[in-house]
Ligand binder design. Structure first.
Ligand SMILES: NC(=O)c1ccc[n+]([C@@H]2O[C@H](COP(=O)([O-])OP(=O)(O)OC[C@H]3O[C@@H](n4cnc5c(N)ncnc54)[C@H](O)[C@@H]3O)[C@@H](O)[C@H]2O)c1
Length: 309
């Protein structure tokens, strides 16, 4: 009888939460309640270019204090200058750090805690891609890809989550990829690292729920290709339907997702549909759809980011 009651309560909760989720999906994010993050400390990894730079500018405009982490010192200093120029009086500090070096991550994290204080929003954004077929990818790049795209998330979260838990306030954002939901030819280690980032976010969220830390949120972001230069040369078969995304649009969606405590953000929305189909269809059918969409050919002409930004 006790179990029957528990199942009934669970069902009612599910129906209620489902209705809330549907409401959140249909009501424009701009009309939903937004949390006030002014004065919060936001740490962005990979802030020297692409999404990292744009997110830094957006959060500074919201009155946040910015901590910028990148391995490329000059790109990062450029972001620091841009943030200062765009938001006069913005508090921003750039740190040079190689995220593939665990000891360096811990050392720079300690420095940030001393010099700036606790981090309220941690955005694990830095990423790399080799873009070659698996057997042609050197071991060193397999390791580096896992280290930067996934393992670094472990070290930054270990560094900054404890203070968030103490205050029961904070947000951990993982910039993963649609390649963290679907395997793609020519992206084997990248996909492995992004699947890992998605799994880490989900487990972390489960641990926060278990601990009752309702004030600490996580958001995992799974976008399709974006015009930042990281995937230069990659192509899509039907660009009118699945086109490369504009970085400012993606950043708008990410910031909105953080402010509205959205747990998972896929861009464009069709990624949700493909993810659903992946769950219900046999692998052979998914492969046939993938062939039509040209998933296995997207990386054929990939050249990647040129050295300059
Ligand atoms: N561009 C896309 O098409 C796309 C699509 C989906 C997801 N993503 C993800 O979005 C994130 C941002 O991508 P982007 O397009 O802005 O890329 P980007 O190449 O413009 O920026 C990545 C930044 O990470 C920094 N970085 C690289 N290695 C580092 C290291 N060892 N330590 C510290 N910093 C390091 C780089 O210097 C660079 O500033 C990445 O995680 C990427 O995987 C990108």
């Amino acid at each position: 009888m006790h179990l029957a009651l528990e199942i009934l309560v669970c069902l009612l909760q599910c129906v209620w939460l489902w209705l809330v989720a549907i409401l959140k999906a249909v009501v424009p994010a701009s009309l939903q309640p937004h949390k006030d993050v002014s004065g919060w400390v936001v740490l962005v990894t990979g802030s020297g270019s692409g999404l990292g730079r744009l997110m830094s500018l957006r959060f500074a405009a919201l009155g946040c204090r910015l901590v910028l982490w990148d391995v490329n010192e000059s790109w990062n200093q450029e972001t620091e200058k841009l943030v200062q120029a765009a938001s006069s009086g913005a508090k921003v500090k750039a740190y040079t750090v190689d995220l593939s070096d665990r000891e360096q991550v811990y050392a720079v994290a300690d420095k940030v805690k001393q010099e700036v204080g606790d981090v309220d929003i941690l955005i694990n954004n830095a990423g790399i891609v080799t873009g070659t077929m698996f057997l042609e990818t050197p071991d060193s790049m397999n390791i580096k890809t896992m280290d930067i795209n996934c393992n670094a998330h472990f070290w930054t979260v270990k560094s900054f989550l404890p203070a968030m838990l103490k205050k029961n306030r904070g947000h951990v954002v993982s910039i993963a990829s649609a390649a963290g939901l679907f395997g793609v030819s020519g992206l084997s280690d990248y996909c492995a690292s992004k699947f890992a980032a998605v799994g880490f976010d989900e487990s972390l969220r489960a641990e926060l729920v278990k601990k009752g830390k309702t004030g600490v949120k996580t958001t995992v972001v799974c976008p399709f290709y974006i015009n930042t230069g990281m995937f230069e040369g990659a192509q899509t078969r039907f660009p009118a339907v699945l086109k490369f995304l504009d970085p400012p649009y993606v950043v708008d969606k990410i910031v909105e997702a953080v402010l509205t405590d959205q747990a998972m953000l896929c861009i464009p929305k069709s990624v949700y549909m493909f993810y659903f189909l992946r769950g219900i269809l046999p692998i052979s059918v998914n492969q046939t759809i993938g062939k039509l969409v040209g998933v296995s050919e997207t990386m054929d002409n990939f050249v990647g980011r040129s050295k300059s930004q």
